[in-house]
Design a protein around this ligand. Structure first.
Ligand code: UTP
Length: 297
């Protein structure tokens, strides 16, 4: 099987749960610590060998395209004003990857966003990485490499990343019904946003997928599901009903998923990344401790 090196990054969503912050800027460009969310996602992908990155964008998302461009004027300005040390901040621009963009012209859900990648991807397996989710503090995760390996070894139809979530949170996610146990398991079924009673496990889909191109046919046949959206989860279920094998891979402890889709988890992610910052983390920790203990900072 050829190397899997195309990653599709859907970033077209409206981010309504983060209004007003997302009124005129994409949620994927919100900073977590020093970098915008989508930069962590792309760094994770290029580190594990993704060479072509296709963003599925929409109106109001041009700042994402600008972010991955070379900004020669800014570089020149930093050189002329003696701020060469800041050039290191542009290392990510030099990753050996090419960036592509296409528009999702109607917001019909994540499944539909992935279907927009079909003319680009063609007939080969590919990765999907949600543009609003970081895996691990500072995105130090090679889950995508482990998933693509498993995909090839098992000749799978799909490999999906999962994270163990508290029982009370299962209704926010697509949840696995595993056939067997362990950190790598065969998926028997997936249930989109089940109630606590309906949930067959606490394993929630965690923003990374490796998919065979047969997913495109499945998506084209998928009718709108929960929330009136074309759900990627429903199309993966169709792969299962057609006899395809779908595997789950559980994120390791240090690979927690940071979902930047709502304020609760966005605030937590920001605080955790800022506290881990090499330069500012220690002083911030002191400040936060004083704040919490009620002493003036
Ligand atoms: P979400 O469902 O969290 O995104 O999709 P959203 O629609 O922006 O969020 P809310 O509910 O309005 O707050 C997860 C990922 O899928 C992308 C989003 O950009 C996000 O990265 N997405 C979602 C699309 O690209 N297109 C869609 O139609 C829906």
């Amino acid at each position: 099987m050829p190397e899997i090196n195309i990653a599709v990054v859907p970033v077209a969503g409206l981010g309504t749960r983060l209004l007003p912050a997302t009124k005129s800027q994409p949620k994927e460009m919100l900073p977590v610590g020093r970098k915008p969310v989508v930069q962590y996602v792309v760094e994770e992908l290029t580190r594990v060998g993704m060479k072509r990155i296709l963003f599925i964008t929409g109106p109001g998302k041009t700042s994402i395209e600008n972010h991955f461009d070379l900004n020669l004027e800014l570089i020149q300005n930093l050189r002329e004003t003696g701020k060469e040390e800041l050039l290191a901040e542009f290392e990510f621009e030099r990753a050996p990857a090419q960036y592509f963009y296409t528009r999702q012209r109607q917001l019909l859900g994540l499944g539909h966003a992935v279907l927009c990648a079909q003319p680009f991807v063609g007939n080969q397996p590919f990765v999907v990485a949600l543009g609003d989710s970081i895996i691990g503090v500072n995105a130090q995760s090679d889950i995508v490499r482990r998933m693509t390996r498993l995909f090839c070894e098992r000749n799978a139809a799909a490999v999906v990343a999962f994270e163990e979530v508290p029982r009370s949170e299962v209704h926010h996610y697509g949840i696995a019904k595993p056939k067997d146990g362990g950190d790598v398991f065969e998926v028997e079924d997936l249930i989109e946003k089940p109630s606590v009673e309906e949930a067959p496990s606490h394993l929630a889909i965690a923003a990374r997928y490796v998919l065979a191109p047969t997913i495109f046919d499945a998506l084209a046949r998928t009718r709108p599901g929960k929330g009136g959206e074309i759900q990627l989860t429903d199309a993966i279920r169709a792969l299962l009903s057609n006899g395809g094998q779908v595997y789950g891979m559980v994120l390791r402890g240090e690979e927690r998923r940071f979902d930047i889709g709502n304020f609760d988890s966005y605030f937590r992610a920001f605080v955790e990344f800022a506290l881990a910052d090499e330069k500012y983390g220690a002083a911030l920790r002191e400040f936060v401790e004083q704040l919490i203990n009620g002493h003036p900072a």
